[in-house]
Design a protein around this ligand. Structure first.
Ligand code: NDP
Length: 230
């Protein structure tokens, strides 16, 4: 399936590492003008070495004032928003999503050209996981935020969806799931018998951002090998 984002402008938050970084690079390869947001300058420097067309924004998304300042220029003129909330804090996982979405959706509504927003949730939004109390709670809240945003922004042709991955072995995934015994407890509950690859998640994100999903709005799409089906 050919997907092109030529002429589209995208903001990717959490783009320094992991799935966010891979998404920023994939969007740029598909022709989008990409604004990459993260808080570690060295990650942005290496991202730019890989893809010089990407526009870097270095900001801590937990700092509302600094975020508004940093996105003042870029945030008003965006077609696609991909939000990678960072675990274990309502401040970032829920409130920062709402904050950045409001900045971006304001611009989308004013321009009248619609848009697509994809939030990165988790299988943990819908299934209780041991030792993941706050994480599960924030992702559950994020799923409902996605649905309400879909309801409220739909009339402006702005679609809002989420992807809900199982474990992916990024920096974050390795921290929690490197122990083979612990990993086995999870993979044994996944019908496909493995964790997701970064590419599996990126492909679903690109689909939801693209016109190929133009009638899909308010879904929380599992990328979990069937974990939530069981
Ligand atoms: P990574 O830890 O690999 O990358 C997260 C990125 O976000 C880093 O570049 C990090 O920068 C940046 N970041 C963290 N906090 C802030 C902040 N306050 N302001 C700006 N940038 C920040 O994470 P993943 O790619 O693994 O996860 C991305 C998303 O996917 C998360 O929402 C996670 O919940 C979700 N997810 C991940 C799964 C997994 O197993 N990996 C499974 C299911 C969902 P820095 O390194 O400087 O902190």
């Amino acid at each position: 399936m050919e997907i092109s984002f030529a002429g589209k402008r995208a903001i990717v938050t959490g783009a320094g590492k992991g799935i966010g970084r891979a998404t920023a690079l994939a969007l740029a390869r598909c022709g989008a003008e990409v604004v990459a947001v993260t808080r570690t300058r060295a990650d942005l420097d290496s991202l730019l070495l890989e893809c010089p067309s990407i526009k870097p924004v270095c900001v801590n998304l937990g700092d509302w004032g600094a975020t508004e300042e940093a996105l003042r220029e870029a945030g008003g003129n965006v077609d696609l928003l991909i939000f990678f909330p960072i675990p274990r804090s309502f401040n970032i996982n829920v409130k920062a999503v709402l904050h950045v979405s409001q900045i971006v959706a304001r611009g989308m509504k004013a321009r009248g050209t619609g848009g697509s927003i994809v939030n990165i949730s988790s299988q943990a939004s819908q299934c209780a996981l041991q030792d993941h109390t706050v994480y599960c709670a924030t992702k559950g809240a994020l799923d409902m935020l996605t649905k309400v945003m879909a309801l409220e922004l739909g009339p402006y042709q702005i679609r809002v969806n989420s992807v809900n991955p199982t474990v992916v072995m990024t920096k974050m995934g390795r921290l929690a799931w490197s122990d083979p015994g612990k990993a086995k407890t999870m993979t044994s509950r996944i019908p496909l018998g493995r964790f997701a690859e970064v590419e599996d998640v990126v492909n679903s994100i690109l689909f939801l951002l693209s016109d190929k999903s133009s009638m899909t709005n308010g879904v929380t799409l599992p990328v979990d090998g069937g974990f939530l089906a069981c």
